[in-house]
Design a protein around this ligand. Structure first.
Ligand code: PLP
Length: 488
């Protein structure tokens, strides 16, 4: 596999320097609360010792991680660049402007907003920016007012009712959509009348004709594309055509696959940024930055997105915006393209490894960074499979599959992602070995009865399997160390 760029920056004695920095930092923390220092050391050890296959996780570089531990954490900076509600924000302005500039350049977006603290915040900013642009602004104009504070109590109530009476069409949860795409447990489901589109029951793929038919019938204000657990690429040009036909705003949530967009694996119709009116993302998944969110927008939506604070957000996390700038700078390096391509190639190798060992995959494979394994073919629920794999040091998460017979809690699937282990240096051969180890665990796991009757959580992993898989994975992990040379 390609050497990783940002974790082993060429020509930089990063390992010795980062080791020194972390040793000093942990000594300082230890002097105040030793248990936190101990948990921090243990977290690194645990991450080093396990096969991290959670599709939404990664390993950020020491540069990104170190950037978060600074005095920017102490600064309030409500408002936006050059227009703050607090004094002395000149350095935060520098940081936020750099994060936005890197994001614009990397993704080719006219405008970028670096303040959202997470993916859910980014989506909330996007939803309210769309509502502000398409409902609030024309509503104010109709009433001859410039500002919501100029409205009478009665007019304000009318406008509020209109804001709360809009429609959103997004991908269903069980076919891979995300909670923030209009589902009732999330605030997005309470804000909007929601309908979902699913996938073709035969192929498992998005049926664009069905999406178009649902859009014509439902006439949403917002069409959401993007997913958390769909193992295929999306044609965003087609999604935009559907949105345009019904007068919807196209919002693409690329939280999961932003790294593949940044690394130019997804181009043309598969690159959401030129097609969407608004694109949201997290920065910590395949993009390999700090935990956080970003919003990209066209000129039309930029002014409303720029009011994310105070519309939805409070004071920005300036230390995290600084780390976003560092991570985005890393993602602009040529080596990130190699990384992103390897993430996709490795997902294929993992999928092929499962298929040749007889496992069933949702959609029959992958062409992005994730693989969704149907574990009913092993006679297991997702919950049983997830627990047995964890016993063997394989960290994954259970996930619904389309028409899931076991519901959203126990589920029937396991989602695997390649971004994290690709960062460690795993290539196709290592991912084939991972598939072999996973199948070994699942073939040797049986559902077990609970004392009160059958349980979808209880399982029995055959003796010796966990040890065997631990030993095999220890070998591959040792050959592909996490943060090579970093010693605490
Ligand atoms: N959108 C999608 C598609 C996601 O997969 C996720 C997280 O899993 C989010 C949004 C929310 O991100 P966060 O956990 O940073 O709020």
């Amino acid at each position: 596999m390609t050497a990783d760029s940002s974790l082993t920056a060429p020509g930089v004695e990063y390992a010795a320097t980062a080791s020194e920095a972390y040793r000093a930092a942990l000594a300082v923390i230890e002097s105040v609360e030793p248990r936190i220092a101990a948990a921090t050391r243990k977290e690194l050890a645990d991450q080093r010792d396990s096969l991290k296959l959670i599709a939404s996780e990664n390993y950020a570089s020491p540069a990104v991680l170190l950037t978060m531990g600074t005095w920017f954490s102490d600064k309030y900076a409500e408002g936006t660049i050059g227009h703050r509600f607090y004094a002395a924000c000149q350095n935060v302005d520098t940081v936020e402007a750099l994060a936005a500039e890197h994001a614009r350049e990397l993704f080719g977006a006219p405008y970028a907003y670096a303040q959202p603290h997470s993916g859910i915040d980014a989506n909330l900013v996007a939803y309210w920016a769309i509502l502000a642009t398409r409902i609030e602004a024309p509503g104010l104009a109709e009433l001859g007012a410039k500002n919501v504070n100029d409205l009478s109590e009665q007019d304000w109530e009318k406008l509020r009712a209109k804001l709360g009476n809009q429609r959103l069409l997004g991908m269903s949860l069980e076919t891979g959509g995300h909670l923030t795409h209009g589902f009732r447990p999330n605030v997005s489901g309470k804000m909007f009348h929601q309908r979902s589109y699913g996938t073709d029951p035969e192929t498992g793929l998005i049926d664009y004709a069905a999406v178009a038919a649902a859009a014509r019938e439902f006439k949403p204000l917002i069409l959401v594309a993007g997913y958390s657990a769909y193992p295929r690429r999306v044609n965003f040009a087609t999604m935009r055509e559907i949105a345009d036909e019904v007068g919807a705003t196209l919002l693409v949530d690329m939280a999961h696959f932003a790294g593949l967009v940044a690394g130019k694996v997804f181009t043309g119709d598969e690159d959401p940024v030129p097609h969407a009116h608004v694109t949201t993302t997290t920065t910590h998944k395949s993009l390999r930055g700090p935990r956080g969110g970003l919003v990209l927008a066209t000129e039309e939506y930029a002014p409303a997105v720029d009011k994310g604070c105070p519309m939805v957000l409070g004071g920005p996390l300036s230390h995290v915006m600084a780390a976003k700038a560092v991570a985005l700078a890393e993602a602009r390096q040529p080596a990130f393209r190699e990384y992103a391509q390897a993430v996709a190639d490795n997902a294929k190798a993992l999928a092929d490894g499962f298929l040749k060992r007889g496992a069933r995959l949702v959609t029959g494979g992958t062409d992005n960074h994730l693989v969704l394994l149907d574990v009913t073919s092993f006679g297991l629920t997702g919950r049983q499979a997830e627990s047995a794999l964890l016993d063997a040091g394989v960290v994954t998460n259970r996930n619904s599959i389309p028409a899931d017979p076991n519901g959203a809690w126990y589920t029937s699937g396991i989602r695997f992602g390649t971004p994290a282990l690709t960062t460690r240096g795993f290539g196709a051969a290592e991912f084939d070995r991972v598939a072999e180890l996973v199948v070994d665990v699942l073939k040797n796991t049986e559902p077990a009865a609970a004392s009160t009757g059958p349980s979808k959580a209880k399982y029995k992993l055959a003796d010796g399997v966990a040890d065997r898989v631990h030993a095999a994975s220890a070998e591959i992990l040792a050959a592909n160390p996490l943060y090579p040379g970093l010693t605490l």
